[in-house]
Design a protein around this ligand. Structure first.
Ligand SMILES: [Zn+2]
Ligand SMILES: [Zn+2]
Ligand SMILES: [Zn+2]
Length: 186
């Protein structure tokens, strides 16, 4: 039997998309579509995320996630429980959206979206937030609420991020993760 491919998000592939392996748990993250080398699972054990069942690690287990040396979990997750991204500065992005709103020809509003990003990446990240509204432009979107223009007008430091201010990775974990089926398969 051929082995299930390992994805860059840390999960063994658990679905296919357009004929290619992917991870549905991390959908939307580019890493969920990127195949990486299989980690060395020799001697590693894996524990069910929803119970206590422990078995030998294998990429063929359901929803298998590698958490050993070099894994995403070990390097990207902090001892506080949050991922690296949440430790970056927190910003409020003000997005001006002009759209048709039923009978109103030009409804003009400011929407605030909050993001984590570095000083260098905040502008690109803000534009990605604005893209959410840009997808409502054009002929494919229903006319009554179609968006006419989208513009990032301001990015300011936001309050309300996490309390942890020093990212400290959890490191290699004792158990990998999988799902044994203890809560059914639906
Ligand atoms: Zn994943
Ligand atoms: Zn932290
Ligand atoms: Zn279980």
């Amino acid at each position: 039997m051929s082995k299930t491919p390992m994805m860059a998000c840390g999960h063994a592939a658990n679905a296919t998309s357009q004929g290619k392996p992917c991870c549905v748990i991390c959908l939307g993250d580019p890493k969920s579509r990127q195949v990486v080398d299989l980690p060395d699972l020799t001697g590693r054990l894996t524990k069910c995320t929803y119970g206590d069942k422990i078995v030998e690690s294998s990429v063929n287990l359901a929803f298998f996630e590698y958490t050993g040396p070099g894994s995403r979990e070990s390097t990207n997750k902090c001892k506080c429980g949050y991922f690296l991204l949440a430790h970056l500065p927190y910003w409020a992005v003000h997005i001006r959206v002009v759209r048709r709103w039923f009978k109103h020809e030009n409804s003009d509003s400011i929407t605030i979206r909050r993001i984590h990003a570095t000083e260098d990446t905040k502008e690109a990240a803000a534009e990605q937030e604005a893209d959410f509204f840009r997808r409502m432009m054009g002929e494919n979107h229903r006319e009554e609420t179609r968006v006419k223009s989208v513009e990032v007008v301001k990015i300011c430091a936001s309050t309300g991020g996490i309390e942890c201010n020093k990212f400290d990775p959890v490191g290699s974990q004792k158990y990998d993760k999988y799902y044994c089926g203890c809560h059914g398969w639906n």
